[in-house]
Design a binder for this molecule. Structure first.
Ligand code: GTP
Ligand code: MG
Length: 370
């Protein structure tokens, strides 16, 4: 393993040995001398305290990393675009999705409130599949974005015509902007008497949304999930934008994706995973966070078993011993053994981080009391 003495670490950080030992004492390292030997992980954590991003060489080969991005995506096969529906609570996200899918999730849901991220693929009129994600909370999205994930290729912002821009509308706007993906605004519930489309538009402009009526390039479509008014326009806009984006991914190589949701069903632990690169198949070894699994069954959103999940599709994965967490990245491993070792390595790293964090907190509390 990679080791470093206190004196050398201090020197690497540009701090005099005596001062460094004193500061380490404040961090909770007791009876330290300049000759004490630290492990790479401990040294990296200390370096972090000083604002350094330290890489530990040791153990790295145990871990799994995503592949570097493709050099020339234009030669890769097209994949279904991933479209995320966002907006304030009750503004009609699920109803619009439901219309697009022509089933009835709204009625199945308790009280009509989306309990989880729904994900499904549909063939809109053109025949090209599109994968839709229904987002109730944004926690998993936040977590994925913090890890640099471009989970979605486009956002549909739903704003109810009778309620206009609300806190979660603004929140959704922030997400779309941070993700740097194009957005289509769907002004919903235009069938209602209290609908006020102009107000929604000016409220959006006030939030800095450059909508087309005001010379910008954000498309606005007026729809009703209830009567179906404007829904063809919305479909057309989504398809046009998808075509323009020309979204491509590798269908081969080690697969990569993201856990959208993780639940326990009568058949066992199930995670809904959005595949972004490569293709997942039953029998494949994968790692999600610090959990390893061998895929037992793949199912589509209708609960049917499928043989493979190509990029741009969301799929239910069965075969977990431990639950993966929503927002975790999924990486395929070349073997089950490699997957287990990576999971083990990540678990150890996590425990060490937690131990240091706890120690730091306890020391802080001690100092606060003193
Ligand atoms: P959450 O998942 O809870 O955030 O809500 P949501 O945005 O998915 O809204 P949902 O689709 O559940 O719709 C909320 C309510 O608005 C339901 O009672 C729908 O029937 C109603 N609704 C949705 N779209 C329309 C519409 O176009 N017109 C009218 N009149 N009612 C609608
Ligand atoms: Mg909903």
């Amino acid at each position: 393993p990679e080791l470093i003495s206190v004196a050398n670490l201090g020197a690497a950080l540009g701090i005099k040995a005596k001062e460094f030992i004193q500061q380490m004492g404040e961090m909770g390292f007791e009876n330290i001398t300049k000759d004490n030997i630290l492990t790479g992980e401990t040294a990296a954590l200390i370096a972090q305290e000083y604002g350094f991003e330290a890489q530990v060489a040791m153990g790295e080969d145990e871990d799994l990393k995503p592949r570097p991005p493709p050099e020339d995506p234009s030669s890769l096969p097209l994949r279904p675009p991933v479209v995320t529906i966002m907006g304030h609570v009750d503004h009609g996200k699920t109803t619009l999705l439901d219309y697009l899918r022509k089933s009835s999730i709204v009625e199945q849901e308790h009280g009509g409130i989306t309990q989880h991220i729904g994900a499904f693929s549909v063939n809109l009129s053109s025949g090209n599949p599109i994968t839709f994600l229904d987002t109730p909370g944004h926690a998993a999205f936040l977590s994925m974005r913090q890890r640099g994930a471009n989970v979605t290729d486009m956002v549909i912002l739903v704003v109810a015509a009778d309620d206009s821009v609300k806190p979660q509308t603004i929140e959704a706007l922030k997400h779309a902007r941070a993700a740097k993906v194009p957005m289509i605004v769907a002004i919903n519930k235009v069938d209602k008497e209290s609908a006020n489309i102009d107000r929604v538009k000016s409220d959006l402009v006030a939030q800095g949304v450059e909508i087309e009526d005001y010379g910008g390039d954000v498309q606005v479509v007026c729809v009703s999930g209830k009567t179906g008014q404007g829904m063809e326009d919305l479909e057309e806009n989504i398809l046009l934008l998808a075509e323009m984006l020309d979204i491509r991914s590798e269908t081969d190589g080690m697969a990569e994706g993201w856990v959208l949701e993780s639940t326990i069903k009568p058949i066992g632990r199930v995670a809904t995973v959005l595949v972004k690169r490569g293709t997942l198949r039953p029998g494949d070894a994968i790692v999600a966070g610090s959990v390893a699994a061998r895929i037992r069954t793949l199912r589509n959103e209708a609960g049917q078993e499928i043989d493979e999940a190509p990029p741009g599709t969301a799929v239910e994965i069965l075969g977990w011993k431990d639950p993966p967490a929503a927002g975790d990245q999924v990486l395929q491993a070349p073997s089950e053994d490699k997957a287990k070792r990576a999971a083990h390595y990540r678990q150890e790293l996590k425990e060490r981080h937690e131990a240091v964090a706890l120690q730091t907190k306890q020391d802080q509390d001690k100092r606060d009391k003193a």
